[in-house]
Structures are given as structure tokens and as C-alpha cells.
Write a protein that binds this ligand. Structure first.
Ligand code: XMP
Length: 511
């Protein structure tokens, strides 16, 4: 295992960023709920611990507290924001409550040397988001930084290797946040930078080969980068004892099934079945307009087909899934699972009678890290940088009734959106970009004639994890190109509109 930094999550909106910055510096990092006990953390053998920020007030009823055992583990600790206040409260400093929050930039002045400050100028801009403040440091601590409104903006006890900052070094608005975190990792904790996608690939392939032994694994391919990388890693680990099933539900993008399955077949010695089930899906969806009903039909039909196909394989013990780290954190967060807004269909709902154990090689990775593994494995750009695509596919992008003709329109429009995004260099800058066919018709004029045709809506969003998103500020020329090509080339469309709604309150998909 690579060395590891454990981040204890006290509920800040930006806790994930801490883990990301650490990994970007080449050190593996995991987030754990603040409900985890010190003994459990010690068993993880961390090389350092970071206490995150959080919205609570230390000492308030229900406020998460610091497990003092964490301080006994003997590894360096960095408290950020609420983490700093917890350290101050626990170690004998004093705190002041505040009803107002300081939010935004502040100028930090370094007031005493600290290894965290190596290479950082005496005055530097930091990002604050806090209410309470430390008014006296605990015994043994030196105040190492202040701002115009905070006498104690940073403090350190070098003997015990405990450091604390009131601001957020993990956000980009803190100008020198990155060197500060790197200093904590490399100057204080003296960790090796041993987290790379090459070492990850080598380790998971070895671990999966050991875990599976001479048994068999089944994997559902969706066309996306996550399941493609999952299958490729397993193929490296166990060869043809991995069995892949790719269900073409008739709701995929133009050429998607062929592109991904063709690539895998060409480059890997893979047992892959491509099931053409378009008719079964489309006949069951005929006349259905309710989005949740569509999802349920697609989910049920998928499971039925997967079950049929799996029944034709030799005895299988494992189901491989492309679960990513944000899904894992979401399910362990002390805040509890977030409310289900849409019932997302995935293979998690397979019949229990199949009794398969899960194998999830990507559960440690963020999406951008999965893409790095894909690059490391030599996958082409069209697979590495494929935008996320919903399980129910184009069914939830054809609003209202799904017919072959309406699917054709959305498919052709989508292809133009993808092409223009790539040609303009915007494909890699947006999280997702796609076309939606609206369930209405509007009047237009073509040549001398009146038309009464379909409307296509364009959606392109920026996001880091799809939990929140904002509409992408695509240049007018890019939108103009999409619009003119769609209207000119896609038969039956006479109007194109652009969706300028953020999530929340909208969602990324329209259904
Ligand atoms: P929403 O529309 O909820 O989408 O903002 C968030 C992300 O999830 C994708 N999405 C789905 N993925 N099954 C999936 O596997 C679904 O039913 C589904 N609905 C939305 C969406 O494309 C976006 O990336």
C-alpha cells in the first residue's frame, strides 16, 4: 500500500478538495467520517491526519467533537478551520463564539516561522469561511499567522507536530494553499510521493488476481470510461475469467456500442457479449411518458437481460462495478445519505438470488484519476474523455414519448453537439454537453413555406462531481455553430434553445 493521509470529515462543503489536493501532490488520501474512532484510524496506519472544516460550533449540543485518541497516534496533524477550533478546545486554548461569519479573502501575515510557510511570502491572500475564532492558543502552541480581523489565524506546536490554520488552504482562492499543504506532507510528515496511477494499476491488478483466484467475474459495460477501465483492469488481472456483457438498449448514442466494444475486442483478449436488446426496450417503453416510469422499465429490463446472459456463463462469484470514490464517501458521510432525487438505475439492483460478491477496483479514485488510469492503459481520447452518460440513456433526453423517429432526431443532434464541442476545444472543459428533444412543436419558416417542427434544447454544464453544476458559458459562436448545423442537418428540427439553469435548483438531465 502507498502511504496514506487520513482526512477526518467534520462536514465542510470542501472536504473532498483536501483529499484531492493531497492526491495531486502524489500522496494517497482517504476521507473518513468524524464518527470514526481513533483506534480505527490508527489501524489504517496513516502517515498524517487532517481535521477538516465544518459548519458546527465547538461545544454546541450535537457538534462533532475531537477524539483525543487521534492525538496519541503520534503522526503529524493539521487542523483546518473547525479542525483548528477543535484542537484549540481540546488542548486548553480558548474560543469565542460568533454569530456572524467571516467569508471571503483576507490577507495573512506570517508572524513566526513554521515549516508550513516554506516558500510562502510574508503576506499572502487566503480564503476564510468561519464564525468562531481561537482567542488564546493552547499551551505549547506558537501563533504563526494573523489577518487584520484575526489575531490567531494559524498556530503550531512543532514539538508535537500539530499545526492549525483558520483559513482553507485546499481552495484555489488561497494563493499559496498548495505549497502549504505540500509542506505539511513533505516537510513535516516527510511522506514519500508514492501515489501514481501506474502504481495504482499495478497494485489493484495484483490484489484482484489474489482476491478472485480461479473463480469468475461478470461485468456490465455501459460504454462509459468507468466500466471500460474496470473491465480492462480485471482483464489484466484474470484474463478470460472475466465475462463482459454489453446491453445495447437502443437508447445509446450514435455508434457508441460498436465503438467501445470494438475497442475492447481489438485491444484485449476479452470474453464480451454484445446483446442487441433494442426491440425489447423500445417496445416496453412505447407510449410511456413519465420519467420515473421510463427509468423503472429500463432498470427492470436491464436486470432481466443481464440475468439471462449471466445464466449462460460458467459459475460466477463476483460482479464488477465501476463505483467511484465520491459514491463511497457519499455513503459513509456522517450527514447520512443525500436525498434520492431521481432513482438512478444501476446494476446495484441485481436479483439477490444471484448472490454475487462485489468487486470495485475504482472505489478509491476520483473521476479525473480514472481518466489518468485510462491514459496509462493507452486508451484513446474518445474513451478517456467521454462525458458521463445516464444509465437510461437517450430515453430521458427524449422528453415525452420515445419513438424511433424521436430517437433519431436526438441522436443526430447529439452527434453535432459532440462534434462542435470537440472542434471548438470545449469538450474537455465541460462536464457534460448534450441535446434534449422537447415534447412540443413550434412554427418556423423554411424557404417560402411555413414549418411546424421540433425544438431541440442544448445543455452544457461545468461541474466537479455532478452534485452541483452551472451552465457552461459557451461562446456565442460555438452555440451558433451547433444551432445552424442542427437546424440545417437534422430533419424535423426548426428551433434550438440553450439551457441556462444551474443545479440546484435544476438538475443536469431534463427528466
Ligand atoms: P442529474 O440529472 O441528477 O444528473 O443532475 C447527475 C448526473 O447523473 C447522470 N444521471 C444518471 N445516471 N442513471 C445514471 O446512471 C440515471 O438515471 C441518471 N440520471 C442522471 C447525469 O447524466 C449526470 O451526469
Amino acid at each position: 500500500m502507498p502511504s496514506k493521509v487520513v482526512v477526518i470529515d467534520y462536514g465542510s462543503q470542501v472536504t473532498q478538495l483536501i483529499a484531492r489536493r493531497i492526491r495531486e501532490a502524489g500522496v494517497y488520501s482517504e476521507i473518513h467520517s468524524c464518527a470514526v474512532g481513533a483506534a480505527e484510524v490508527a489501524a489504517m496506519e496513516p502517515g498524517a491526519i487532517i481535521l477538516s472544516g465544518g459548519p458546527a460550533s465547538v461545544g454546541e449540543p450535537d457538534a462533532p467533537s475531537l477524539d483525543p485518541g487521534l492525538l496519541e497516534i503520534g503522526v503529524p496533524i493539521l487542523g483546518i478551520c473547525y479542525g483548528m477550533q477543535l484542537l484549540a478546545g481540546e488542548l486548553g486554548g480558548t474560543l469565542a463564539r460568533s454569530l456572524t461569519r467571516e467569508y471571503g479573502p483576507a490577507e495573512l501575515t506570517l508572524t513566526a516561522p513554521s515549516p508550513l510557510w516554506k516558500g510562502v511570502e510574508e503576506r499572502t491572500r487566503v480564503w476564510m469561511s468561519h464564525g468562531d475564532r481561537v482567542t488564546a492558543p493552547p499551551p505549547g502552541f506558537v501563533v504563526t499567522g494573523r489577518t487584520p480581523t484575526l489575531d490567531i489565524a494559524a498556530m503550531a506546536d512543532e514539538k508535537r507536530r500539530i499545526y492549525a490554520v483558520q483559513f482553507h488552504p485546499e481552495v484555489h482562492h488561497t494563493e499559496r494553499g498548495e505549497p502549504m499543504l505540500r509542506n505539511f506532507l513533505f516537510e513535516v510528515a516527510k511522506l514519500p510521493a508514492d501515489w501514481s496511477m501506474a502504481s495504482f494499476r499495478e497494485r489493484v491488478v495484483r490484489e484482484m488476481a489474489e482476491q478472485v483466484g480461479d473463480r469468475h467475474v461478470v461485468c456490465a459495460l455501459s460504454g462509459g470510461v468507468d466500466s471500460t477501465v474496470t473491465a480492462a483492469l480485471l482483464n489484466e488481472a484474470i484474463g478470460r475469467r472475466l465475462h463482459c456483457i454489453f446491453v445495447d438498449n437502443g437508447l445509446l448514442r450514435l455508434g457508441e456500442a460498436e465503438e467501445v466494444s470494438g475497442y475492447l475486442r481489438e485491444h484485449f483478449d476479452l470474453d464480451l457479449v454484445l446483446v442487441d436488446a433494442a426491440d425489447r426496450f423500445l417496445s416496453r417503453l412505447a407510449g410511456v411518458t413519465d420519467p420515473e416510469e421510463k427509468r423503472k422499465i429500463i432498470g427492470r429490463t436491464f436486470i432481466e437481460i443481464f440475468d439471462e446472459q449471466a445464466g449462460r456463463l460458467p459459475r460466477v462469484d463476483f460482479l464488477a462495478q465501476g463505483t467511484l470514490y465520491p459514491d463511497v464517501i457519499e455513503s459513509v458521510s456522517h450527514k447520512g445519505p443525500s436525498a434520492v432525487i431521481k432513482s438512478h438505475h444501476n446494476v446495484g439492483g441485481l436479483p439477490e438470488t444471484m448472490q454475487l460478491k462485489l468487486i470495485e477496483p475504482l472505489r478509491e479514485l476520483f473521476k479525473d484519476e480514472v481518466r489518468k488510469v485510462a491514459l496509462e492503459m493507452g486508451m484513446p481520447d474518445s474513451i478517456v474523455h467521454r462525458h458521463p452518460f445516464p444509465g437510461p440513456g437517450l430515453a430521458i433526453r427524449v422528453l415525452g414519448e420515445i419513438t424511433p423517429e424521436r430517437l433519431r432526431i436526438v441522436r443526430e443532434a447529439d452527434r453535432i453537439v459532440q462534434d462542435v464541442l470537440r472542434e471548438s476545444g470545449w469538450h474537455g472543459k465541460v462536464w457534460q454537453g448534450f441535446a434534449v428533444l422537447l415534447p412540443l412543436r413550434t412554427v418556423g419558416v423554411m424557404g417560402d413555406g411555413r414549418t411546424y417542427d421540433h425544438v431541440v434544447a442544448l445543455r452544457a454544464v461545468e461541474s466537479v462531481d455532478a452534485m452541483t453544476a452551472d451552465w457552461a458559458r459557451l461562446p456565442h459562436e460555438v452555440l451558433a455553430l451547433m444551432s445552424s448545423r442542427i437546424i440545417n442537418q437534422v430533419k424535423g428540427v426548426n428551433r434550438v434553445v440553450y439551457d441556462i439553469s444551474p443545479k440546484p435548483p435544476s438538475t443536469i438531465e431534463w427528466e
